[in-house]
Design a binder for this molecule. Sequence first.
Ligand SMILES: Cc1ncc(COP(=O)(O)O)c(C=O)c1O
Length: 479
Amino acid sequence: MSHLIEKAYNPETFRKHGHELVDQLADYLKVCLKGEGIKALPWKSPDENLNLWETDFSEPSEKNLKEFFASVIQHSNHLHHPKNMGHQVVPPVPLTALTELLSAFLNNSMAIYEVGPISTAIEKIVTGWTASLLGMGKKAGGVLTSGGSIGNLTGLLAARQHQADTDIWEQGTKTEHPLAVMVSAEAHYSIARAVKIMGWGEKGIIKIPVNEQKKIEHRLLENHYQQAIKEGKNVIAVVGSACTTSTGSYDPLEEMAAFCKTHDLWFHVDGAHGAGAALTPKYKHLVKGIEKADSVVVDFHKMLLCPALTTAVIFKNNDYSYETFSQKAFYLLGNQKKDNWYDIAQRTLECTKKMMGVKIYAVLRTYGSQLFSEYITRTYDRTKVLAELIKESEDFQLAIEPEANIACFRYVPRQKNSRELDALNRTVRDRLKKDGTFYIVQTIIDDRVFLRATLMNPFTSKTDFIQLLQAIRDKSPED
Ligand SMILES: Cc1ncc(COP(=O)(O)O)c(C=O)c1O
């Protein structure tokens, strides 16, 4: 008789593999942080990677687990490498990898209290901490959910349920006076997606132009609002970005909050990337006014050092979070009472959910909020160093002064027209990616191609920036 199940659950085997894996990761971290002998991105085309892993996917055998771990590490995008400046994905602080292991093992999925008792309590503490860091007042609170996109949907669902003149959850949407939100033309696409998921269509998104710094032109809100009313729309909310994805620009939240107050509109802030600035003495001015929002989204897997996905959705009045999914599931949730804070699934899209708060709680319990503050301050500061270098170099152009840790710039070697520069920068970025020594991405600003470096790694230094600019020159095609 096979004893495969007993084998798979053998504590000593688990201990051995676990020790091996932690050793491998610690060695990898050491090498990565130095950035020597390893590239930021070990580039392979999608088909090459598929081929590699199809070949690996052979007969089951426990023997080669260590090699499997090593191979996964070797072929991954190396976020802890100082020359990795790609997307807004943080190199997680190592402690959080340990708490992920702990959470995955215990697997106390937390739809209702009794399934995940400690993670439920921890989630309340962590969301309470987030609400107070944003200064949202005593009634504030919220939930953790799986990513900024779902977070934005959650906030806007609550706005709809609270602001619309009928109970849309029960009765569906009406066709007269269709609902709409006002949002910056530069907002993350998850806002438009949330609107479309809610069935309001393209007309449900009123895009407000931005100024030169790519911040919403708040003085245009009034005109667009009046125009929408003339068109028979029912505008229920305004969305602010703190900050935008492409350029890291913070919308003027204070002015937007005042506009919402005047017209009794819900104010939602997408702070997925940059709300954490509230923790830092140096940069908290960027989020002034966030405390007046009705709902705020904060991604812990962006600027708060945690692995994906962990997002907080914080409501100024925590009671509103009970309106988001006004769905009755009596077999699971019983009677939905607002004082029943501990059956969290009644307030989240997820039913089963990971023990999300444990890693945040562990960081706060071990290092305090100072770690977050130092991390954000350092990455924002160093991005300014990169911006200065770009401005000092005649063959580079900075798109806008960075407010956060995102710098957009392009290589402008000599007199070339805009289309040639677009092609040049596309080619350079593609060559950089395939070489893998540096990892940066690209974006479109005012219809032109720009290179985009997001400084997620706190160990990236001025030397790395100097070498990056030189690598870009070296990758430029000869005429
Ligand atoms: C401003 C902003 N909002 C929302 C999102 C979506 O977050 P997630 O990828 O966690 O769904 C992003 C992702 O980059 C973002 O930058």
